[in-house]
Ligand binder design. Structure first.
Ligand SMILES: N[C@@H](CCC(=O)N[C@@H](CS)C(=O)NCC(=O)O)C(=O)O
Length: 219
């Protein structure tokens, strides 16, 4: 498998965790978002949407969109399962995952931040307020769902990691990076700490990737 990713990319973080949980190895091609490499011809051929991640499995065409890639991996390599066996459980896990991947994260991507800066001319403080606002809105929603539902266990759904945890940890990482206070979200924080203690999650963290800049690298 060939995995196109960037150390800081939260969508790549999701796929890295899924690969690790499944025990799958992939050759990593780093696409430097800071150098706008996602817009260059070489990567545009892989993913015309010009966003990360993408995954090539064997001879097949590139897979794109992190949730679709993870569901593909889960179908081709069913163990350990990243979705519950029951329809209601699957709907809940997908719902939690989509709160992050389809609602919160799209408002924080480089292309959105660049538009705020270069087209709308918002200053750095205002752009940070934008990011924090949408990060917190998602944290509130996650905490409400996790704290208020008996399906929440050690992880977002039950006592084993699912697609919901795979997505949620990236969001909490973004919250930490933007100095958001996690105190009002104790269930989110507890599940985040539990998940990040697993090697599959810890090894996928943005600060320990081969392309993580030395100055940023977690010691
Ligand atoms: N919904 C997409 C998100 C894709 C996305 O926005 N990826 C970011 C990195 S996390 C990216 O490559 N952004 C490039 C840009 O915004 O120009 C997924 O889950 O794969």
């Amino acid at each position: 498998m060939q995995f196109f990713s960037f150390w800081r990319s939260l969508a790549s973080f999701r796929v890295r965790i899924a690969l690790n949980l499944k025990g799958l190895a992939a050759d990593v091609t780093a696409v430097d978002l800071d150098a706008d490499m996602q817009r260059m011809e070489a990567y545009r051929k892989v993913n015309p949407q010009m966003v990360l991640p993408a995954l090539i499995d064997g001879e097949g065409p590139p897979l794109f969109q992190s949730l679709a890639i993870i569901e593909y991996l889960n179908e081709v390599h069913p163990n350990p399962p990243l979705l519950p066996a029951d329809p209601r459980g699957r709907a809940r896990v997908r719902g939690l995952a989509q709160m992050v991947a389809c609602e919160g994260h799209p408002l924080l991507t480089p292309r959105v931040r660049q538009y705020l800066e270069h087209e709308l001319k918002l200053d750095a403080d205002t752009r940070m307020a934008w990011s924090r606002h949408w990060i917190i809105e998602t944290l509130k929603g996650l905490e409400g769902h996790l704290a208020g539902d008996t399906s929440t266990g050690k992880f977002c759904h039950g006592d084993a990691p699912t697609l919901a945890d795979v997505c949620m940890v990236g969001h909490v990482t973004a919250a930490i990076n933007t100095s958001c206070d996690l105190t009002p979200y104790p269930t989110v924080k507890r599940v985040f700490d539990t998940a990040m203690a697993l090697p599959a999650f810890a090894k996928a963290h943005p600060l320990v990737q081969p392309d993580t800049p030395e100055a940023m690298r977690k010691k």
